[in-house]
Write a protein that binds this ligand. Structure first.
Ligand code: ACO
Length: 323
């Protein structure tokens, strides 16, 4: 059986850091409120010349370098983003061009904060089917450009950044002892649209719009949805929380992460958290956290890594893999 193994990783941030203290100068908020409700202390905000495509390119190049391959070796580039540089062409095609790649195909996946889980699952399906040997999967966002900076209930929560992985085909035995992605689970339910959405778009208002959220309602649904798709991953692999070496959740809010880990009986020392430094970077959040954890040497070959996300739509999903 062919398995998709993560053979390279990388991440990129804009230069500018905006602290909670800095936000106190422009909106009616305070550092203590933001930290207590979300765990966020700072976020990165893109400046002139920094875009979703430029951040995605930087993370993608690092992932290719670490995998020891070039864009010549790629079959596909898949970019998860909800903040493309242009409505079209896809950001993935822009990045394909920046990487000097004229063969293969590139396309975007839109599942908001769950985008990286959806993109990774799509890439895994291509690799397992034998259609591709190497795929660059990127989560990249400039959420700062979707914010209403006068709305304190949303603008304090999000940030910009990008993470990327190279997925490569490896021969496995078809058992859970294999390295690579062992199981993926995707869900969505459009009836929750009004709880988290952008109030604009080409076909509705001919504007980009701003992110709108009923934070308390999102919170209420998040933990249940996250734990459901993780239970699915455990069932599919006959594993339990005890088998998880590292839990790398979508970094939306530390309280959601803590509550999910607690419900699943995953101890805090196994949870990778960077939301304090980054805020919610939507589709960027999981690959950034994964890349930082790998770069720091925490992830060891053979360990079980559990990824999950939940976001606008609602969309949610999990990926369970052996490093
Ligand atoms: N600074 C100071 N006060 C604020 C701020 C702020 N930035 N924002 C809201 N408040 C005020 C409110 O106006 C309200 O005041 P009031 O009581 O006088 O009316 C008070 O704080 C409490 O507001 P709530 O919305 O009830 O606060 P809550 O404890 O629910 O926290 C939060 C809000 C942090 C948004 C929380 O609901 C949450 O984390 N929800 C999940 C949302 C999320 O993470 N979304 C990310 C996208 S989806 C995903 O990725 C999973």
């Amino acid at each position: 059986m062919i398995r998709s193994v993560i053979s390279g990783f990388g991440h990129a941030f804009p230069k500018r850091i905006v602290t909670n203290k800095e936000l106190e100068e422009t909106i009616d908020t305070n550092d203590a409120w933001i930290i207590q409700r979300t765990g966020i202390k700072q976020r990165y905000v893109a400046g002139e010349g920094e875009t979703t495509a430029s951040l995605g390119e930087e993370a993608g190049r690092k992932a290719l370098d670490r995998a020891g391959i070039t864009s010549d070796d790629l079959d596909f580039i898949i970019v998860a983003t909800t903040t493309p540089d242009n409505t079209f062409p896809a950001t993935a095609v822009d990045i394909q061009n920046r990487l000097g790649m004229t063969h293969g195909a590139a396309f975007d996946v839109q599942a908001v904060c769950s985008g990286f889980i959806f993109a990774l699952t799509t890439a895994d399906t291509y690799i397992k089917s034998g259609m591709a040997k190497n795929i660059l999967v990127i989560g990249a966002e400039t959420m700062s450009r979707l914010m209403d900076w006068e709305d304190r209930t949303t603008c304090v929560l999000f940030g910009d950044g990008s993470g990327a992985v190279v997925l490569s085909a490896h021969q496995g035995d078809g058992t859970t002892a294999d390295r690579g992605i062992l199981t993926t689970h995707l869900r969505s339910d459009g009836s929750h649209k009004e709880k988290l959405y952008v109030d604009g778009g080409p076909s509705s208002t001919q504007t980009v719009g701003h992110l709108r959220m009923q934070g308390r309602d999102v919170f209420k649904h998040a933990v249940g949805m996250i734990t459901d798709v993780i239970e699915d991953a455990f069932e599919a692999t006959s594993m339990t929380a005890e088998d998880v070496d590292w839990f790398i959740p979508h970094q939306a809010n530390k309280r959601i992460i803590d509550a999910s880990a607690k419900k699943l009986n995953i101890p805090p020392e196994k949870v990778v958290i960077n939301v304090d430094q980054t805020g919610n970077t939507s589709a960027g959040s999981i690959p950034i956290a994964l890349s930082q954890a790998a770069e720091s040497g925490r992830l060891e070959k053979g360990q079980m890594i559990l990824l999950e996300a939940m976001g606008g739509g609602f969309t949610w999903g999990s990926v369970f893999l052996r490093w």
